[in-house]
Unconditional design. Structure first.
Length: 573
């Protein structure tokens, strides 16, 4: 069975081949492996499974199912776990500072486990937002044959005969604060919004990055939109375990798959689905691992020319289960490729090109979720990049489902999210204001918090498109309304957002892609001269270390030099 694999050329030879490795082999015998099994390639099954939230509760079982596929095709599976910080639970308090940091910890921990144990390939299982890019970043960093598996989305909840998601619960908090619904309705909705296992059901960050996994070629075709409770998820896991052995045999690695053209494909799929603005943070970070230049402006360039064609929440009507039933990501990519919006020559984990995989899909004109590119929901993408005097290093906004693409108004400044949320709860935010939440960037937060609690409460108050909200932090993929994130340079670096004062006029044009602070240059220069850096309360531990190392948001908020600085790749040890 193992003759087709030359273990003398694989990393696991360092822990299993030769007389000098007898002590290492003794550990494998202790775990019940046979001599023949020790001679097989070692495949890491990395799971972000835990009991923290329903996004992650099925991942360990799926990783265990993948063992069978690895064994069937001549490998030896070795499972280990990494962390997850679940945004829905971390949201709206200091815990959210840990979220983006966890992406780096996940990538680092997977890298270290694979390096330390000399694994030959990797199948990664992730469910909640940052665990998806974190897992794929590790794959690109290590560059061993790899397949990414999403744990699947949750099924929609039902309330008053309508499908709902957890976002409806965040928004009902705003309605309660406005006095337009009783507390009994809040409690009733919270009990039914999340009916079981799986990640948030709309086109929020988890499902956006799950689509990226397929679009960029690291996931098996039409595997990631299958809901978490469906039994077919086990079959997908087995298939991933089996297929990764084919990748070892043919030496197909992540960097062969994730070329610059593949990143453009992925960015276009984010735009076409009205996906999370976090895609513009994670794609540059993934590209960085492979040594590819692909920043916020490259992402925005792809967004600018891509039609919005998937009618998904929060801007549209449908959830991930509906997307799956409509034909999944490959149904979406079928019409995109036909319209000339994808490069079909990119390699995938099937060993075939994206175009060859798409050829196996028949367009379904009867489904209602995915529009033909010839008749899109809107002619340009659901996500837009912005640049201007308020954000010289860029910013990002999701426009899917929005009716208003221009906004001008006086600034209302807050130096942390809590202060802004308190003002929203007190109903002291005025229609027409441009709300600024600053010192929440990657370095200044530290950790670049998401603002879903605040934006959802605004929406619940009926102010979703009556105010604009701008931050150097992030927004959840579940956010809707005129909400602009990733503003750079961030306030902690003395960017223009740090210099805004209450009453300053701010102009935003999501159609033209501009965001400007309307004050005289000499006034801005005087404020800059008077500005002083601020300290935060995180002067030790992981958040301190992150703040010392993290780079700007437009480059992915990464913490190390990346693939361009490498003198060797782990896969070649």
């Amino acid at each position: 069975m193992t003759n087709r694999f030359d273990k003398s050329k694989l990393p696991s030879r360092h822990v299993s081949v030769g007389p000098e490795r007898a002590p290492h082999r003794s550990y494998y015998y202790a775990m019940g492996l046979t001599e023949e099994e020790i001679a097989r390639p070692f495949v890491a099954l990395a799971s972000a499974g835990n009991d923290s939230a329903p996004c992650n509760t099925t991942l360990d079982a799926q990783a265990d199912a993948a063992r069978e596929g690895v064994k069937q095709n001549g490998g030896m599976p070795r499972r280990f776990n990494t962390i997850t910080v679940t945004d829905g639970i971390a949201m709206g308090h200091q815990g959210m500072k840990s979220s983006l940091v966890s992406r780096e910890v996940i990538a680092d921990s997977v890298e270290l486990s694979v390096r330390g144990h000399c694994y030959d390939a990797l199948v990664g299982f992730a469910g909640c937002d940052k665990s998806l890019p974190g897992m794929m970043m590790a794959m690109l960093r290590l560059n061993i044959p790899s397949i990414f598996v999403y744990g699947g989305s949750i099924l929609p909840g039902r309330f008053h005969d309508k499908d709902i998601t957890v976002v409806d619960v965040f928004e009902v908090v705003g309605r309660f604060a406005a006095g337009t619904c009783p507390i009994e309705e809040v409690h009733a909705m919270e009990r039914v919004a999340c009916p079981g296992h799986g990640a948030c059901g709309g086109q929020f960050t988890a499902n956006t990055m799950a689509c990226v996994g397929e679009a960029i070629g690291l996931s098996l075709p039409n595997s990631n939109m299958v809901p978490a409770p469906y039994s077919s998820r086990e079959q997908i896991a087995v298939a991933a375990g089996y297929q990764v052995m084919e990748l070892i045999e043919h030496n197909i690695r992540p960097r062969d798959i994730c070329t610059r053209e593949a990143f453009i494909n992925a960015a276009r799929v984010v735009a076409a689905t009205g996906g999370s603005t976090n895609g513009a943070l994670h794609l540059p970070a993934m590209a960085h691992e492979a040594g590819i230049d692909f920043d916020l402006f490259d992402v925005a360039e792809a967004f600018k020319s891509t039609p919005y064609i998937a009618d998904l929440k929060p801007g549209g009507k449908y959830v991930a289960k509906d997307m799956y039933e409509a034909g999944g990501v490959y149904m979406l990519m079928k019409t995109m490729l036909a319209g000339g919006f994808l490069d079909g020559n990119c390699l995938t984990v099937t060993g075939k090109t994206l175009g060859e995989n798409i050829d196996q899909v028949t367009w379904n004109p009867d489904q209602k979720v995915i529009y033909d590119v010839k008749a899109p929901i809107s002619p340009t993408g659901g996500v837009v990049g912005l640049r201007g005097s308020l954000a010289p290093n860029g910013a990002i906004v999701k426009v899917a489902g929005m009716h208003r693409l221009q906004f001008e108004g006086p600034a209302r400044c807050f130096d942390c999210e809590e202060d802004c949320f308190a003002a929203v709860e007190a109903r002291s935010i005025n229609e027409g204001e441009v709300v600024i939440i600053r010192y929440e960037g990657p370095k200044g937060g530290p950790g670049m918090r998401e603002m879903l609690s605040t934006t959802a409460a605004l929406y619940g108050l009926g102010m979703g498109e009556k105010v604009a909200l701008i931050t150097d932090g992030r927004f959840s993929g579940a956010t809707r309304g005129f909400c602009i994130g990733h503003v750079g340079p961030e306030a902690a670096d003395g960017g223009p957002i740090a210099l805004v004062e209450d009453g300053d006029t701010i102009r935003i044009d999501a159609e033209a892609g501009t965001i400007d602070l309307d004050i005289a240059e000499d006034v801005l220069a005087a404020r800059k001269a008077a500005w002083r850096p601020r300290t935060n309360d995180y002067q030790s531990g992981a958040l301190y270390r992150y703040a010392q190392n993290v780079g700007p948001a437009y480059q992915g908020a990464v913490t190390h030099p990346g693939g361009k600085a490498e003198t060797h790749v782990y896969a070649d040890i």
